[in-house]
Design a protein around this ligand. Structure first.
Ligand code: ZN
Length: 286
């Protein structure tokens, strides 16, 4: 089986209100403001998964600035997971800049079956991952419910692209140092954070940090698979496509092209994801 750890979908009402939302919300505007940017529902995702031979997908929400939009889209993601319990793993969104509402929403989503929180966009939501005082109550609640956190991270150097943003490696690193017990997934190869694992103290400070491969071929040469395997271990890499920005089948072809050995490829495509998600006892080994 194959697990895609990084997909995004939207409810039909949000797709219908696309222009208004793109004006209102900085993250939505960044991701879907361009008419050419693909936007899809959970039904579309299931069709894509069937075509690509993907057994399960993690659905991530986006970094809404408004608490209300977090709640409404969380409802859709939780409903989608209830509709396809064997196919969809639900991650919800909070607005940590409004700590009391965020904490209440975390509790509600955990009770509703959420497995994680993400894809966090602190730069667009108005806080920093390095603000560990602000985030402490949320981190404690996430640890209590064994929720996985997944954050967007981008490269401090290199080309600029619409969703790049300013969450560079030092921010998830500060967060991981403050809350080492939490399982943290850094999207897009952690903006290069794995390269600093050559520093022994950095490697030692990240016992529960994983890196997803979302949008790999937009960012890196495919040698990144083998190099990051050497730096942090193959067991820290989670296959993610960034669907619908990247087609799932194309993302899988890129993993093939990276020529990892069979065992490493299986680890990246599903085994690591199963062990991370198993923390919550949510994934059958099939
Ligand atoms: Zn991202």
């Amino acid at each position: 089986m194959i697990v895609d750890f990084h997909t995004h979908v939207m409810p039909s009402w949000a797709i219908n209100e696309r222009e208004t939302l793109a004006h209102e919300d900085p993250c939505f505007g960044r991701l879907y403001g361009e008419k050419a940017a693909k936007i899809t529902t959970a039904d579309d995702l299931i069709v894509s998964m069937d075509r690509a031979g993907i057994a399960r997908s993690v659905i991530l929400n986006i970094g809404w600035r408004s608490h209300d939009l977090c709640v409404r889209t969380n409802d859709y993601i939780l409903e989608s997971a209830a509709k396809w319990p064997d196919r969809i793993v639900p991650f919800c969104m909070l607005q940590p800049a409004l700590p009391e509402l965020a904490l209440r929403e975390l509790e509600r989503c955990a009770a509703g079956g959420a497995v994680g929180i993400g894809e966090l966009r602190p730069d667009l939501q108005g806080y920093s991952l390095a603000d560990t005082v602000l985030l402490e109550p949320l981190a404690a609640a996430a640890a209590h419910h064994q929720l996985i956190l997944l954050t967007h991270v981008s490269e401090p150097v290199g080309h600029v692209y619409p969703g790049k943003g300013t969450i560079t490696p030092e921010q998830p690193y500060a967060f991981a140092c403050a809350f080492p017990e939490l399982t943290l997934v850094c999207a897009h190869w952690g903006g290069g954070l794995p390269f600093y694992a050559l520093m022994p103290e950095v490697a030692a400070a990240m016992p529960n940090v994983y890196f997803d491969t979302a949008a790999t071929h937009y960012l890196y040469r495919l040698g990144v698979f083998e190099i990051v395997s050497h730096l942090v271990g193959t067991d820290r890499i989670l296959f993610g496509s960034d669907y619908p920005l990247i087609r799932q089948r194309l993302a899988l072809e890129k993993v093939e092209e990276a020529h990892l050995g069979h065992d490493a490829q299986q680890a990246v495509l599903w085994r690591n994801a199963v062990s991370v998600l198993d923390v919550r006892g949510r994934t059958r080994r099939d």
